[in-house]
Design a binder for this molecule. Structure first.
Ligand code: ZN
Length: 147
């Protein structure tokens, strides 16, 4: 049993998918029309407009290709921390857009990257990092280059 808690369990899961078992999965959705999206929601499909039960949860593999990235050196407007038990983002940090193998593109914080060597098209995978400030282990999702 894990002693740690996920910061946003609605958005991702500790286990991977059958296709990518070693990296946490993202909690996306699939519409009856075939459109796959992230995060899961039932308000309406952005392609066909179906809603409710036409939109079903689906696990998305935590692997994709880097589309673009940028490094934030000065954080002008710090977003309020969602909770005091969690460390705020401190500059510099790198944000990337990842086109997931399962379809959607997500914008996320990257870890373990060197800005100078990041290349669009390179394979990125999900990883969980500790973000807690206290004794409680809290994990949040990041993307990092595949090894
Ligand atoms: Zn649809």
């Amino acid at each position: 049993m894990s002693q740690s808690a996920l910061l946003k369990p609605a958005l991702y899961a500790e286990q991977g998918t059958e296709k990518v078992p070693d990296h946490p999965a993202l909690n996306g959705g699939r519409c009856a029309c075939g459109h796959v999206f992230f995060p899961m929601q039932t308000y309406g499909c952005e392609v066909c407009g179906r809603h409710g039960d036409a939109l079903q949860p689906v696990r998305l593999s935590g692997r994709g290709k880097l589309v673009a990235s940028s490094t934030v050196h000065m954080h002008a407007a710090r977003a309020p921390a969602p909770n005091a038990e969690v460390k705020p983002h401190e500059a510099p940090f790198t944000i990337g857009s990842i086109a997931l193998e399962d379809g959607p593109t997500v914008r996320t914080v990257l870890v373990g990257v060197d800005e100078k060597t990041l290349k669009p098209g390179q394979t990125m995978v999900t990883t969980l990092v500790p973000v807690g400030t206290g004794a409680k282990a809290i994990l949040d999702l990041r993307f990092t280059p595949a090894t």
